[in-house]
Write a protein that binds this ligand. Structure first.
Ligand code: FES
Ligand SMILES: [Fe+2]
Length: 342
């Protein structure tokens, strides 16, 4: 079961630059394409003629044309024309609410009448020129909630990411979790420590000494249905850490849009928005490469964890205090799912 009446990141614009994109989201098989005037549209990936996937077709004059026998569809899922045939009476296929914003294509897999683009979270980093963004997309074979658990508890960095962002002080620093309505916040602050390799690189690229003591922070924010944004950074020690002036720190937001595909797979839109050197394209590429490697380490752990959970479904799992962020986030999802079912 998925929360269907919610906005999810469905794709990055370049994925549908020259052809329709077929993608399953929350169990719904969809096809995304640019219709009239370049506006993004999404309909069921099912041709009403003989059931061929419309994603194997092409776009012509803003219409999605089936690649099997040439039926042309409109953005609302209505059959428009077909060479030599009368198709106006064909039943319409399902269409979805879509919105292009902040450099992503968003979709509302549920009731189209309830979709209000104004409820897409405001993302300041995506519109403010003081910020730069770089990111990518991974298809991951595990329940999207395992990824939420992973990101709402960064203790794993010490072990999974030992060579880049992990360090033993993460384990040693206490973590605190609080709720503000449906927003879960898990934070951890480390003082007077050595920056791990990834953050030394970031300090150096921001013209700051990389090898002096730093204060480090991680503040994870979960918002339904499945978005996790993590404020991260380091500042030269003794200047206020998270509150330190820009001149002595390197700070970013780790961006994680986690879009369910099936019960055991999801689309993971990952990236980093940074608040230093926004014009430095080389730095954007370097961070993106580093982050891509780090998230690949998570992928291996999570996919094999999923296999274990499928093999031993009856085994109870333990909850420690470090798991509070994930537990609270799952509770919110459960409550919203129950409301949706009612
Ligand atoms: S299956 Fe699409 S036109 Fe025939
Ligand atoms: Fe990780």
């Amino acid at each position: 079961m998925f929360l269907k009446n919610a906005w999810y990141v469905a794709a990055m614009p370049d994925e549908l630059a020259d052809k329709p994109l077929g993608r399953t989201i929350c169990g719904e098989k969809m096809v995304f394409y640019r219709g009239a005037g370049g506006k993004v549209a999404a309909v069921e990936d099912f041709c009403p003629h003989r059931g061929a996937p419309l994603s194997l077709g092409y776009v012509e004059d803003g219409k999605l044309v089936c690649g099997y026998h040439g039926l042309a569809m409109g953005c609302e899922g209505k059959a428009l024309e077909m060479p030599g045939q009368r198709v106006n009476g064909f039943p319409a296929i399902k269409s979805y609410a879509v919105e292009e914003r902040y450099g992503f294509i968003w979709v509302w897999p549920g009731d189209k009448a309830k979709a209000d683009p104004a409820t897409i979270h405001h993302l300041e980093w995506a519109v403010n020129p003081e910020w730069a963004y770089g990111g990518g997309l991974y298809h991951i074979n595990c329940d999207y909630r395992l990824m939420i658990d992973n990101l709402m508890d960064l203790t794993h960095e010490t072990y999974v990411h030992a060579g880049s962002i992990g360090q033993k002080e993460i384990d040693e620093a206490p973590v605190s979790t609080r709720l503000e309505g449906d927003h879960v916040i898990t934070s951890r602050f480390m003082e007077n420590i050595k920056a791990p390799p990834f953050w030394q690189m970031a300090l150096r690229m921001n013209d700051l000494a990389p090898d002096v003591a730093v204060d480090r922070w991680q503040i994870c924010h979960f918002h339904p249905p499945s978005h996790v944004l993590i404020e991260v950074g380091v500042a030269h020690a003794g200047h206020g850490g998270y509150q330190a002036p820009e001149a002595v720190k390197a700070s970013s937001i780790v961006v994680d849009f986690i879009t369910p595909e099936t019960e055991t797979s999801h689309w993971y839109f990952w990236g980093m928005a940074r608040h230093f050197k926004p014009g430095d394209a080389e730095l954007t590429a370097k961070i993106r490469e580093g982050q891509g490697k780090i998230f690949n380490e998570d992928r291996e752990m999570l996919e094999q964890q999923q296999q274990n959970l499928l093999r031993w479904p009856e085994r109870a799992l333990l909850k420690l205090n470090i798991d509070a962020g994930g537990v609270q986030s799952r509770r919110i999802i459960e409550r919203l799912l129950a409301a949706q079912a009612a």
